[in-house]
Design a protein around this ligand. Structure first.
Ligand SMILES: Cc1cc2nc3c(=O)[nH]c(=O)nc-3n(C[C@H](O)[C@H](O)[C@H](O)COP(=O)(O)OP(=O)(O)OC[C@H]3O[C@@H](n4cnc5c(N)ncnc54)[C@H](O)[C@@H]3O)c2cc1C
Length: 311
């Protein structure tokens, strides 16, 4: 783990830092390099560009830690609007959506789990009508059980719903085994949250080793693995394992984040791999941006400069 990663994630929780950063216009270079815009039209335009380059997309309407029902409802409405526009533009076979359950009510007191399930069901229905699918993003470890239980419920009616598992959590290898069945779409990532050592590997090497163990389980299994990483070593190992387990292109896919290693994204697509780009959009880009900065502290100088030049 980068020495700077945990301090940045802790600093990101400060209300003052959030206020300062959130008042930056989205056009600020550092934000637009990771988030193509705030509106549905911006997201659709970015998707068109990716599809023209032979890539696929999964779109995330940014927002997390929703604290009231109206906010959760507005997020559901934003997804429905997006899905209708993707269908209208003929993009639905190339673009799906990623949903954070905390953005649609999971963290609300008392009924949070139930509200998030009902809202997720509504988005899954809209995605099915549009001709595409939903993947449930995974957030910090306190939400893993609730998220996987909502996934199980949704899969009864929408078996195409995808899950995300984070290799850094000790539990994940077992979760991979449980989800490596036919028709099960599983995105494997390293994990973006600051997690305690009681539940998660802390050392980068240990996380990478866990990632490879999970890759083996998913690629040897019957499901549809979605290999989400920018790490050249993990991509190389995943490709070798895919051949070893007799996986043809199209029975798994690679995924990367918008704006990160775009040339590598195109290279993999040209090589015949399915390559999907995660496109976050919307006004609530703060938490997302801070997680990306924590992963790549080299960006901090540039970021600090753009904050100072705002004055
Ligand atoms: C499609 C997608 C969806 C995701 N969904 C979730 C989710 O639901 N929940 C969650 O917790 N996390 C999610 N993540 C984030 C993920 O957990 C990691 O935090 C993030 O991908 C960074 O890990 P990494 O595998 O790229 O490798 P790292 O260990 O961060 O980096 C390894 C190497 O990759 C290369 N690299 C990494 N970043 C860059 C960069 N910015 N520019 C150039 N090279 C770079 C470098 O060579 C670096 O040494 C998602 C990631 C992707 C790609």
């Amino acid at each position: 783990m980068s020495l700077l990663r945990q301090p940045i994630l802790l600093l990101a929780r400060s209300a003052k830092v959030k206020q300062l950063v959130s008042t930056m216009p989205v056009s600020s270079g550092i934000v637009t390099s990771y988030v193509p815009g705030e509106s549905t039209a911006d997201a659709v335009r970015a998707t068109e560009g990716l599809v023209a380059d032979g890539l696929r997309a999964t779109l995330d309407y940014l927002g997390e830690d929703t604290t009231d029902l109206a906010h959760a409802d507005a997020t559901v409405a934003a997804y429905k609007d997006l899905l209708a526009q993707l269908a209208a533009k003929g993009l639905a076979s190339k673009a799906e959506v990623s949903v954070k359950l905390s953005a649609i009510g999971q963290a609300l007191p008392d009924q949070g789990h139930k509200i998030a399930l009902e809202n997720a069901r509504e988005i899954c229905r809209a995605a099915r009508n549009a001709g595409t699918t939903v993947t449930l993003d995974m957030e910090d470890h306190t939400t893993t059980d609730s998220t996987l239980s909502i996934l199980r419920e949704l899969r009864k009616d929408f078996p195409e719903t995808g899950a995300v598992l984070q290799a850094m959590l000790h539990r994940t290898e077992a979760d991979c085994r449980a989800l490596a069945f036919e028709g099960s779409r599983v995105r494997l990532c390293k994990g973006a949250y600051h997690e305690p050592e009681t539940v998660a590997f802390q050392d980068k090497l240990d996380i990478d080793r866990a990632y490879v163990r999970c890759l083996k389980v998913l690629l040897a299994g019957q499901g549809y693995p979605m290999i989400a990483t920018h790490d050249p070593r993990m991509i190389h190992i995943a490709s070798s394992l895919a051949s070893r387990y007799g996986r043809r292109a199209g029975t798994y896919e690679f995924q990367m984040l918008y704006g990160i290693r775009p040339e590598e994204q195109k290279r993999l697509a040209i090589a015949g791999e399915t390559m999907r780009v995660y496109v976050p959009y919307g006004t609530e880009w703060y938490g997302y941006l801070m997680r990306r900065l924590a992963e790549k502290p080299q960006n901090l100088t540039f970021f600090a400069r753009s904050l100072i030049s705002k004055k």
